[in-house]
Design a protein around this ligand. Structure first.
Ligand SMILES: [Zn+2]
Length: 476
């Protein structure tokens, strides 16, 4: 009996402590909850219209799509501004003001999309057709749904007259798919004051099946990105007639040097962010994966894990600096030895890798002075957002509230997003889109037949509202 009392007291205390860690929930508050079914229906209509604007980048013409979103907010009396970085490349900022002494929470998305070859699609790629519960269109997942979740959140907070202890800003950028020079990077450089947030959520971190086989879906919430370093190698030699092979044929110089460089990838290096990310999976996995992921700091465990759960190449790309040869060019004519030959290398650096030292290693492995190297793109500093603090806790809380059977871990992505322009300015930015996809749905992103279920759109609208209310609503 005594033991039972102790156990129940412990449980009660644990629950109490847990409740103390989670930000309180706005839905329990005095403000009336939104009428979800009306909001979802309205959101679906906006989503379909938004998708019908062809915002393919290049040429990155977002003007009409942004005008459409702006019109919805303007009609409602929500403060908006549009910014044009070059003709047609327009970004939007909308704001629900909060107390001036507190920086706002930013809901970030992008309006541009990658190209689609219409002939390959089951439904035209800018149709916004609703078929079998799915809305079909390029941009349905990447990243227009996220913009609609933000806009519906703004509308619901505004219409509900929800008092705010922190302002809410939404920004929809041009040019994300081409690197952001005319979108987020340009906004950060020229109009920072228009949004200047405390923290942000952005694309990335969709709930997916657990890559280690656990039964719960996982949000890999991006807190960091590998750093892009693109290099051009140029081999210099002597031109001549292809009928007479020469040792200083630059094409030959280049392929031999590339073979030396690429015989193996750089060494595995477990960074603190990946150590933390993988350890976060451990409690959700079966033995021995659970043990291995929780003890990667021990070299023999890391060794075993690299031949086990960490064997897939997409995971190993997060555990080392990587080099992918991508472009190659030499002579324009088959019987002409050129005077130069070029190769492009897509290198992705881990946080903490010294770029100059990495470049020296590349030079040493190429081992040929006839090859010069220049930067196509230099790596940034690669700051990491903390997997702790107000925004992080709210993401954890909204996953617990709206996605039973899912969990969230901090993660690093191999690709880049607009989040880096915020992180560079010291603003924590989290890749978190509250929808659940399986692998076959995810593969449609940047591929053929991209689509999003209405169910996912609806759960995304609710979870985005809940997250924003947790962080910004005054009464809890
Ligand atoms: Zn995207």
């Amino acid at each position: 009996m005594k033991l039972r009392m102790r156990v129940s007291m412990t449980i009660a205390l644990a629950l109490f402590a847990l409740a103390g860690f989670s930000p309180p929930c706005a839905a329990d508050a005095g403000a009336a909850a939104p009428d979800w079914s009306a909001l979802d229906k309205e959101g679906l209509g906006y989503f379909q219209t938004y998708l019908r604007f062809d915002t393919t980048n290049p040429p990155d013409n977002t003007a009409q799509a942004i005008a459409f979103l702006k019109g919805i907010l303007d009609k409602e009396g929500i403060e908006t501004s549009a910014f044009e970085s070059k003709p047609g490349a327009v970004s939007l900022v909308a704001r629900l003001p909060g107390p001036p002494d507190k920086k706002p929470f930013l809901l970030l998305s992008h309006a541009d999309v990658v190209p689609a070859v219409a002939a390959d699609w089951s439904h035209p790629p800018f149709s916004g057709d609703l078929v079998d519960g799915y809305v079909w269109s390029r941009g349905a997942i990447d990243n227009k749904a996220h913009g609609i979740m933000a806009i519906m959140t703004m509308l619901a907070l505004h219409r509900g007259h929800v008092p705010l202890r922190r302002g809410v800003v939404m920004m929809v950028n041009a040019d994300e798919e081409a690197g952001g020079a005319n979108g987020a990077e340009w906004m950060a450089a020229n109009h920072w004051d228009a949004f200047d947030p405390a923290f942000a959520v952005n694309e990335g971190g969709i709930a997916m099946p657990d890559p280690f086989g656990g039964r719960d879906a996982v949000f890999e919430v991006s807190v960091a990105e590998k750093r892009v370093m693109w290099l051009r190698l140029t081999a210099h030699g002597h031109s001549g007639h292809g009928s007479i092979p020469t040792p200083d044929n630059p094409t030959l110089i280049l392929i031999n040097a590339l073979a030396r460089l690429l015989a193996s990838q750089p060494e595995i290096r477990l960074t603190s962010i990946m150590s933390q990310a993988l350890a976060s999976f451990a409690p959700h996995e079966a033995f021995p994966t659970s043990f291995e992921l929780g003890h990667l700091g021990w070299p023999f465990v890391l060794d075993a894990a690299l031949r086990g759960p960490l064997e897939p190449t997409f995971l190993q790309a997060l555990l080392r600096d990587t080099i992918s040869p991508t472009t190659l060019s030499g002579s324009l004519k088959v019987n002409v030895i050129p005077s130069t030959a070029e190769a492009g290398l897509d290198c992705r650096l881990l946080p903490g890798t010294d770029a100059q030292a990495f470049l020296r290693q590349i030079k040493n492995r190429l081992a040929d002075d006839r090859i010069s190297i220049d930067f196509i793109q230099k790596p940034d500093a690669g700051p990491i957002s903390p997997a702790s603090g107000e925004a992080w806790d709210a993401i954890q809380a909204v996953v617990a509230k709206d996605f039973p059977g899912a969990f969230a871990v901090p993660w690093m992505t191999t690709g880049g997003t607009d989040s880096r322009f915020l992180r560079e300015k010291g603003v924590p930015a989290y890749g978190f889109v509250p929808i659940i996809l399986d692998e076959s749905e995810r593969r449609r992103v940047h591929g053929v037949d991209e689509r999003l279920s209405v169910e996912n759109l609806n759960r995304g609208i609710k979870a985005t509202y809940d997250l924003t209310a947790m962080l910004c609503a005054a009464h809890q």
